[in-house]
Design a protein around this ligand. Structure first.
Ligand SMILES: [Zn+2]
Length: 378
């Protein structure tokens, strides 16, 4: 029964993490990190979920990650913060690499790619092909809306207001139907607040799922809520009975993004879709550049600023190359960014091959091999 204990401990962790991030609590996560490691040690190490737990909940890694995530003890000034974060982010990457090597992988990148079932060559090919396709339109939108790297999210929200504010509750039923799910009402809670994180979803020990977003006044928050509800659907409909069925973060992100695109196609009005389409173009380009930067960084930790400038300047000028340390992905798991990108790319591939009507939620989300979505058409 040790797998149940493992799952339950990860959900307790999710709840305490939620309280820290969404409610500003100050829970010490260390006892739960230790408990997850204890359970993971009783399970077969061939499962990716077990290996990931052994890496991410290792006490030293967890402590540093939580410190970076909560920005505990760092300066508030943007530039001083970036300087202070730099060595810690690099150290976190080195620690993850070391743990992945102890588990028999070449490095951390190798571990993540194996979890996702995609090769580095294939990944790089998909990212670059999609980037080249979307870059010209993204540049037009950047000029039109006065976007810069340092004002990106604020400008994005201001530039795409919704004609009519959406009621979040009206989105739940169509998404639930899309999952063929039954009655999410009792187990799903949407928390809406202008403050803090734009999007977050977690499953608690009582199996309830909680989603946090900003109010739905613009296309960015509408797109984000649909993304978080896609996570919620995966968490509500998937109760792993075996480590094999435990959804790992790369697959979780890939599917949530892919499902998000599918759901938008089905349930949004044409005006909403037009606005979301521009946001998607901009975000897809930003995410691909970020993913390519991460691929460089995991191979060249010694020259992050050079890599950052080289990648990000393909869209627009970089005013401060230290900004790379401030990306929210740095602490959580910078490699997850690739799977957002792949989720969006999957839509384009499948649109050519079979059209939106035939896209769907896979029967066994945890068993998805991401590369299967990019096979050439039969
Ligand atoms: Zn997500």
């Amino acid at each position: 029964m040790s797998f149940d204990g493992f799952v339950q401990a990860t959900r307790q962790y999710a709840e305490k993490e939620w309280e820290n991030i969404v409610e500003g609590a100050d829970n010490d996560l260390t006892p739960l990190d230790e408990e997850i490691i204890r359970w993971a040690a009783t399970l077969d190490r061939k499962h990716h979920a077990v290996q990931r737990a052994l890496i991410e909940h290792h006490p030293e890694i967890a402590r540093l990650r939580n410190r970076i995530e909560n920005l505990a003890g760092y300066p508030e000034d943007r530039r001083l913060l970036a300087w202070a974060l730099r060595p810690d982010v690099v150290r976190l990457m080195a620690m993850r690499t070391h743990r992945a090597q102890l588990l028999g992988h070449d490095d951390y990148l190798d571990f993540v790619l194996k979890t996702a079932g995609i090769s580095l060559t294939k990944l790089e090919e998909i990212l670059e092909k999609t980037l080249v396709e979307y870059l010209p339109r993204a540049k037009e939108l950047v000029d039109k809306h006065g976007l810069e790297w340092q004002n990106w999210f604020r400008r994005l929200r201001e530039s795409f207001p919704l004609e009519k504010e959406r009621n979040a509750e009206t989105l739940v039923e169509p998404i639930q139907e899309f999952f063929n799910g039954s009655d999410w009402n009792r187990s799903l809670t949407i928390h809406m607040s202008k403050k803090g994180l734009a999007g977050f979803a977690r499953k608690f020990p009582d199996r309830s799922v909680h989603v946090k977003t900003h109010p739905l006044t613009n296309a960015v928050s509408l797109k984000t809520l649909i993304h978080e509800l896609s996570h919620a659907g995966l968490y509500l409909e998937n109760d792993p009975a075996h480590p094999e069925n435990f959804l790992t973060p790369p697959t979780d992100e890939f599917l949530a993004t892919y499902i998000e695109d599918t759901v938008i196609e089905k349930i949004c009005t044409q005006t909403e879709k037009d606005a979301i389409d521009d946001v998607r173009t901009l975000e897809l380009v930003r995410i691909i550049l970020s993913a390519q930067f991460e691929l460089d960084l995991w191979q060249r930790r010694d020259i992050p600023e050079t890599c950052y400038r080289m990648r990000y300047e393909r869209l627009m000028p970089v005013h401060d190359e230290l900004d790379w340390t401030l990306d929210t992905f740095r602490s959580v798991d910078s490699l997850l960014i690739m799977f957002y990108a792949l989720g969006h790319c999957a839509r384009d591939v499948l649109q050519e091959r079979k059209g939106p009507e035939e896209w769907g939620v896979p029967d066994n989300p945890a068993g998805v091999r991401i590369s299967d979505y990019f096979q050439p058409a039969e």
